[in-house]
Write a protein that binds this ligand. Sequence first.
Ligand SMILES: Cc1ncc(C[n+]2csc(CCOP(=O)(O)OP(=O)(O)O)c2C)c(N)n1
Length: 641
Amino acid sequence: MLITPGKLLAQINSPADLKKLDQAQLVQLSDELRHFIIDNVSVYGGHFGASLGVVELTVALHYVFNTPYDQLIWDVGHQAYGHKILTGRRDEFYSNRVYGGISGFPRRHESEYDAFGVGHSSTSVSAALGMAVASKYLNNTDKQHIAIIGDGAMTAGIAFEGMNHAGVSDSNILIILNDNCMAIDPNVGALKDYLTDITTSRTYNKLKDDVWKLLGKLSTFGKSAQEIVSKVETGIKSTLLSQSNIFESLNLRYFGPVDGHDVNHMVTVLNDLKNIPGPKILHCITMKGKGYGPAEKGNATTWHSPGTFDKITGEIHKKTYDKPQAPKYQDVFGHSLVELAKVNDKIVGITPAMPSGSSMNIMMNEMPDRAFDVGIAEQHAVTFSAGLATQGLIPFCNIYSSFMQRGYDQVVHDVCIQNLKVNFCLDRAGFAGADGATHHGAYDIAFMRCLPNMIVSAPMNEVELRNLMYTAQLPREGKAFSIRYPRGQGVMPEWRKPFEEIKIGTGRKLKDGDELAILTLGHIGNYAVEVCENLAKQNINVAHYDMRFAKPLDKALLHEVFSKYKKIITVEDGCLQGGFGSAVLEFMADHNYSSEIKRLGIPDQVVEHGEQIQLQHECGFDSEGIEKAVVELLESVVKNA
Ligand SMILES: Cc1ncc(C[n+]2csc(CCOP(=O)(O)OP(=O)(O)O)c2C)c(N)n1
């Protein structure tokens, strides 16, 4: 169903059309854009609050800057819906995040207006700076480079690394700090307090007024604008000498704070800043969910990505599940951690800015002194956990599989080389679904498996997850422990069983077979159960082993498998290169077995967005794909016989 845009928005097929509007029409256009986003997301789902918060900023940016020549880099990119709609994707917007449709994040291959692909946070400053330095080198001195970064994303180390470099770069970069005091959950840390201080400080507000009074005149001053700016700056600097500004200290000219919802003021400000060379930062104050009552009044975390909802009443539609009673893996993690922590006082929990997404909030609520939200700071989360482990605590560091990529050196250098006992719970392992390529947890089995002192495991169901967590907190000689599980539901309504230890490096034989064995790792094993049941009805007996560990492998079980079966299929919701199937191949080679092996998993390519099941189907490891592989392999037995 196509949502009808408002009268002005209907005329905008590119920023060139936007520039034809009178500035006086921008308020109405912003209103129409906001309603178009509300209308679409309420019906089709997606991120919500963040895009509503930057509607005016988006309109002003495309009105003032010469995109796509000028480069807009949206940090994370979940707030770029307005940008997509104004840059030629209005009529496709209904397909946002849907299989085969447009991506929920800016992607370079999708549009020339998407200057840089995003999804993971805090990359915008570095990317914009790279572009700015390149433009300077190429003599494109008029080219503008604008990073739009949230206060949450600003907490990450890489954002500071970028600003630290920008401050000495003398290049044409504008950082727009979109400050709404929220990440997905409330933003945390000292920077947040600092930003609030700047926003509310009387000295700053007075200065801001003086600066803007002067800057407001800049447009009319033409060439002498830069002189005025330097006078204003000298004024600011002398007044601020006793009160340092973190951005000014990094050599970035700081402007603001300004009201990011006043589109006309934003146009004036951006026009003025366009004439000021060098690295600079504009601090905008916005509100997540702006302009939609239930989101403004309600819980901003809920409205970050609410799913579909009734736009009139604001009632969020309940998701329908295949197995209504089975819990989400993340909730099993959250509740089990608290159960374990009640008995073992050494257990602590760590999340980098995903308390709700990982369900670490359950522990944060029940045991606030033992669970830490460290901000969008995966590297810090890992090394912080390593520090906790050195003192004998038992950290459960919960990081989405794809975000773990950012903390990899810390896993190698701080955890594995020192053989520290950190437990990593990797949520969203395997296909993430609608968030797409940047969010798929495709690589963790491979990148964890190659590290010394690392145990790599994946539960097939909720009870297995609990038991792996239980095992991970028992005393052991060194080694980090990674437990990966997917987004969404498990399979067991009755999941709260008493904990049982799982011997590390042991799998389970679920079913014997005649000629062929399926070896699975993790939740994906439930598809193999279905396949085996289906085939049994046709008198085809296939064996199934849930291997549980990609490292250490259950060697005894593998010897059994290779001695008995000449046809083997491995299945994993992870990359084929270097993953679980590769581990089985290595075992075969190392022990001189010679079975025929077919590996199913994520191929060596970028897989886009869609429902998890659609993507698994595309890659041939849903039930249908597994069954097809079994039949083909069995047929090849007949052919060879
Ligand atoms: C490296 C990384 N870690 C975590 C996330 C998950 N995440 C997506 S949006 C977001 C909050 C971003 O907050 P902010 O930058 O303030 O933007 P806002 O949503 O408030 O507009 C987080 C933590 C991510 N995208 N990337």
